[in-house]
Design a binder for this molecule. Structure first.
Ligand code: PEP
Ligand code: MG
Length: 757
C-alpha cells in the first residue's frame, strides 16, 4: 500500500496544474481501492459551494458543472465535521441529496474524507461502490492517508489559479490574485517579476514566452545532439568494462533521446509559445509519467532515466549561454523558490525593488539581507506559483507579507500612493540622522548596525549608526571557496574597524553550521540547528579560531575600537575555553611587540541555557548581546527557516520577552551592559518593549535604524516600562504585537507598522 501511495503522490507532485493533478488522483485512487467511483469536490468559499472538480466513474460532463451548496448533501457533512464519513447506503443518510446529472443513482456505499491543509478544509475526496456495504477499515485508513498527503499539492495548485483556469479563464487566471506569506522586510515594491531558479533543476524551470521559435528549436536540437554525442562517447569508453547487455543501456538512452515522440513533443510545446527549457520540462514530465504508470518495476525505473536525460539536455541548453538571463527589468521584483545571497547580489541595486521567496521566514538570511539592503521582501509564501510568474506586474507589501499579481488599476493606484508616502517618510527620517537616539525623558539608547558586508559601511555611517553591534564574519567565509587566510581576514576587518573608529565595532567570531554552510567545509548532520555550529566548531578547531582571533586583533592595531563576540554559547566551559584562546592569541601578539589594546569580550545569549546562566556568563565577560533570532527559535522550538511553522515564530512571544528581561536584569546585577542584536531590535514595535526592559543598546539592519530612532525619540522610558508591564501579561505574541502597535499608532507613528500614514 505504501508503494502505491508513494507512486500516486509522486505522480501528482509532477502534475502541471490542478486539473491534471485531480485527474490523476481520481483515476489512481479508484484503481488502488478497486472502487466504482472516485471524485473530488473542492470547496469554493466565495460561492459557498462544494464543486465537483474531478471524477472517475460519474458522468464526466458533470465536472465543473455540478456543485452542492455548503450545508447540503453528505459531502457537506464530511466538510463540516472535518472527519471521514463511511456509510453503507448513502441515500439512507438524512442529509443525502440526489444529483441527477452525475449518474450516481447506481451507487450505494459512500466513503468521504476531508482534504485539509493548514487547518482549512479544501475539499472532500469521495469513493463510491455499487454494493450496499461500508468500506473496510484499511480502505478508510488508505483514503485518509491519501487525502493528507495530497492536501499540500492541491493547496499549491489551487493557489496557482488552478480553479479559475479549470473554469476556462485561460491565461488571465493569475490576474488580481493575492498570495500571502510572511513580512520579510518592510516597504512597498512595485515592479515586474523576474524568476530566478537553480541550474539543472527541471522542476524549477519557469515558463517563458519566446518570440523566435525557430532559434529556440535549433537550440533544443543542438542540445539533444550534444547529449547524444556524450552518451555515445561514454558508451564507447566503458565498452571494455561492460557486458553487451549493459552496453545496450547506453544505446537505449540514445534511442530515447532521439525518439520522435520526445523530440516532436518538445518542438510542439515550443511552437505553442514556451521556450525550449520550459517545453523540455513539460515533455520530460509527461514521458516520465508514462513509465511510472507501468507495473513492471524495471520499466518504472526508466522514469528516472528519462528525467536524467532531461536534466542533461537542460544543462546543455543552459550552458550554451541560454541560461543567460534576460536583462533585469527596470523595476525588478526578484522571485524564486529559494533566493540566496548571491542571487540577490547579482541584481543591480538600482533595479531591485522587491524580493519574493517561496521559502524562508522573517529571520532567515534572505530576509536579513533584504532588510540590510532596504528592499521590501515577502518570504515563506509557499503557495507561490513561481513557474508562472515571470514578467508579471507585481506589488509587494512587505509590511503585511503579501504579493498582488497583475493588480487592478485601483490596487495599483492605492499602492503607488503608499509607496510615495513611504519614500516621504524615509526622506523625513533622514532628518533624524544627526540627532541622538534619546527618549524625551533623557535615556540614551545607542543604535548600532548589524553588518557582514563591506558595502554596508557607508550607508550605515550615512544613517547615523553609532557603531557596529554585530559584524557577522561568516559572510566573508561563505562567499569564498576556502577558509580565508589571516592576512585576507585582517584586511577585511581592518576596513570595517577603520571606517567606524572611534565608534565601537563588534566582530563576532565565526558562526557557521545550522543554516549557514561553507561549501568547502561540509557538515552533514540530522539536526543542524542542534548540532555542530558557532563556537562548538571553532573550539573544536582552534587552528581556525586562532587565525581569526589574530586577524581581528591585528586589524585593531592603533584603533582600539574592537569588541569580540562569541556566538552560540550554551556552556560556561565554552566561555572559559574561548577566553583562554583569546588570551593566548593576544599574548602571542604582545610578545611579538605588536601594539594592540585588549578588546572587550562579549557573549551572545541565544540559547535558553545561557538565559539561566546569564549572571555567571556576565561575571566572566565584559558585555552580553542577546541574539533574539536564535533565542526565539530555541525557546519556542520553532525552526526559524521553516515556513510551515513560521506563524509560531515571533520574538514578541511573552516567554521570549520574559527571558530577555531576565538576561537584562542578570547582566545589570553584575554591572555589565547588555544589548540586543537579533532582528527584533530593528522592529519598531519590539524596540519599545526592549526600551522598557532597560537594554543598553540595539543593533539592527541599517535600513531599520531611522525607523527605530524615530520610536526612541517619541517614547519616554517610563511609557515604555508601563507598556512592557502590560504586554508581559498578554497570552500570546499576537496580543503583544497588537497592543504595541496601538501604542505606536496613538503616538502618531502608525506609518511604521503599516504602509501609508
Ligand atoms: C541571532 O541569532 O539573533 C543573531 C543575531 O545571530 P544570527 O542571526 O546570525 O544567527
Ligand atoms: Mg544566532
Amino acid at each position: 500500500m505504501l508503494e502505491v501511495l508513494r507512486r500516486i503522490v509522486q505522480e501528482v507532485a509532477g502534475a502541471r496544474d490542478l486539473e491534471q493533478a485531480l485527474a490523476i488522483i481520481v483515476k489512481r485512487v479508484k484503481q488502488a481501492m478497486a472502487a466504482d467511483v472516485c471524485s473530488v469536490y473542492l470547496a469554493d468559499y466565495a460561492q459557498r459551494r462544494h464543486v465537483l472538480m474531478a471524477t472517475d466513474g460519474l458522468n464526466p460532463a458533470a465536472v465543473g458543472q455540478v456543485s452542492l451548496a455548503m450545508g447540503e448533501g453528505v459531502v457537506s457533512v464530511v466538510a463540516e465535521a472535518a472527519e471521514p464519513l463511511n456509510i453503507g447506503n448513502a441515500p439512507d443518510h438524512p442529509r443525502y441529496r440526489f444529483v441527477a446529472e452525475t449518474g450516481e443513482e447506481f451507487y450505494h456505499g459512500f466513503l468521504g474524507v476531508p482534504i485539509i491543509h493548514h487547518r482549512k478544509v479544501l475539499g472532500v475526496l469521495v469513493v463510491r461502490q455499487r454494493e450496499r456495504r461500508k468500506f473496510a477499515e484499511d480502505e478508510v485508513a488508505f483514503l485518509v492517508t491519501m487525502a493528507a498527503q495530497l492536501a499540500g499539492a492541491i493547496a499549491h495548485a489551487e493557489a496557482s489559479g488552478g480553479i479559475s483556469r479549470m473554469n476556462g479563464e485561460g491565461a488571465t487566471r493569475l490576474d488580481g490574485s493575492v498570495i500571502d506569506g510572511l513580512a520579510g522586510a518592510p516597504g512597498v515594491g512595485i515592479g515586474t517579476a523576474m524568476v530566478i531558479y537553480p541550474p539543472a533543476d527541471l522542476d524549477a524551470v519557469p515558463d517563458r514566452k519566446v518570440t523566435d521559435v525557430d532559434a529556440e528549436i535549433i537550440a533544443f536540437k543542438t542540445a539533444v545532439a550534444t547529449v547524444q554525442g556524450e552518451i555515445q562517447t561514454w558508451g564507447e569508453r566503458l565498452s571494455v568494462h561492460l557486458s553487451a547487455e549493459e552496453q545496450a543501456l547506453f544505446d537505449a538512452y540514445g534511442l530515447m533521446l532521439s525518439s520522435s515522440s520526445l523530440v516532436d513533443k518538445v518542438i510542439a510545446h515550443i511552437r505553442a509559445g514556451n521556450w525550449a527549457s520550459g517545453a523540455l520540462r513539460d515533455t520530460i514530465h509527461e514521458h516520465a509519467r508514462v513509465f511510472e504508470d507501468m507495473d513492471e518495476p524495471y520499466l518504472r525505473e526508466r522514469a528516472e532515466d528519462i528525467r536524467d536525460l532531461g536534466r542533461r539536455v537542460l544543462v546543455c541548453l543552459q550552458s550554451a549561454g541560454r541560461r543567460k538571463k534576460p536583462p533585469y527589468p527596470e523595476r525588478t521584483v526578484l522571485v524564486g523558490e529559494e533566493i540566496t545571497a548571491t542571487m540577490l547580489a547579482e541584481v543591480p541595486r538600482e533595479r531591485l525593488v522587491a524580493v519574493v521567496s517561496a521559502s524562508g521566514s522573517r529571520s532567515s538570511h534572505v530576509a536579513i539581507l533584504a532588510r540590510a539592503m532596504g528592499v521590501p521582501a515577502l518570504v515563506g509564501a509557499h503557495d507561490l506559483p513561481v513557474g508562472r510568474m515571470e514578467g508579471r506586474a507585481l506589488i509587494v507589501d512587505g509590511y503585511r507579507g503579501r504579493v498582488y499579481m497583475n493588480p487592478s488599476e485601483a490596487v495599483r493606484a492605492e499602492y503607488t500612493r503608499l509607496a510615495r508616502e513611504e519614500a516621504e517618510l524615509m526622506a523625513g527620517l533622514q532628518g533624524l540622522r544627526d540627532l541622538p537616539a534619546e527618549t524625551p525623558d533623557g535615556t540614551r539608547l545607542p543604535l548600532y548596525v548589524n553588518s557582514g558586508l563591506i558595502s554596508d559601511v557607508s550607508p550605515s555611517l550615512e544613517n547615523g549608526a553609532e557603531g557596529i553591534g554585530l559584524y557577522r564574519t561568516e559572510f566573508p567565509f561563505m562567499i569564498r571557496d576556502r577558509f580565508p587566510g589571516e592576512q585576507e581576514q585582517r584586511r577585511i576587518y581592518r576596513q570595517v574597524l577603520e571606517a567606524f573608529a572611534p565608534r565601537p565595532v563588534v566582530l563576532r567570531t565565526l558562526d557557521v553550521g545550522g543554516d549557514k554552510p561553507l561549501s568547502y567545509f561540509p557538515i552533514k548532520e540530522d539536526n543542524p540547528f542542534l548540532g555542530w555550529r558557532g563556537i562548538r566548531i571553532t573550539l573544536d578547531h582552534p587552528e581556525i579560531f586562532l587565525v581569526q582571533l589574530r586577524a581581528m586583533l591585528r586589524a585593531s592595531a592603533g584603533l582600539d575600537n574592537l569588541r569580540l563576540l562569541l556566538p552560540m554559547v550554551s556552556q560556561l566551559a565554552e566561555v572559559d575555553e574561548a577566553k583562554r584562546l583569546v588570551e593566548r592569541a593576544y599574548r602571542e601578539l604582545v610578545d611579538a611587540s605588536e601594539q594592540i589594546a585588549k578588546p572587550l569580550l562579549g557573549v551572545m545569549v541565544e540559547v535558553p541555557s545561557a538565559v539561566y546562566q546569564a549572571a555567571a556568563i556576565a561575571q566572566r565577560v565584559d558585555f552580553l548581546s542577546i541574539g533574539s533570532n536564535d533565542l526565539t527559535q530555541y525557546l519556542l522550538a520553532v525552526d526559524r527557516n521553516n515556513a510551515r511553522v513560521a506563524a509560531l515564530y515571533d520574538a514578541l512571544h511573552p516567554a521570549v520577552l520574559q527571558a530577555i528581561q531576565q538576561v537584562v536584569d542578570a547582566a545589570h546585577a553584575q554591572g555589565k551592559p547588555v544589548g540586543v542584536c537579533g532582528e527584533m531590535a530593528g522592529d519598531p514595535v519590539a524596540a519599545v518593549a526592549l526600551l522598557g526592559m532597560g537594554v543598553d543598546n540595539l543593533s539592527m539592519s541599517v535600513a531599520s535604524l531611522p525607523r527605530v530612532k524615530w520610536v526612541i525619540r517619541n517614547f519616554t522610558q517610563a511609557q515604555a516600562r508601563a507598556l512592557l508591564a502590560t504586554v508581559l501579561r498578554c497570552d500570546g505574541a499576537d496580543a503583544v504585537r497588537q497592543h504595541l502597535e496601538q501604542a505606536l499608532i496613538a503616538a502618531g507613528l502608525g506609518s511604521l507598522v503599516r504602509a501609508g500614514n
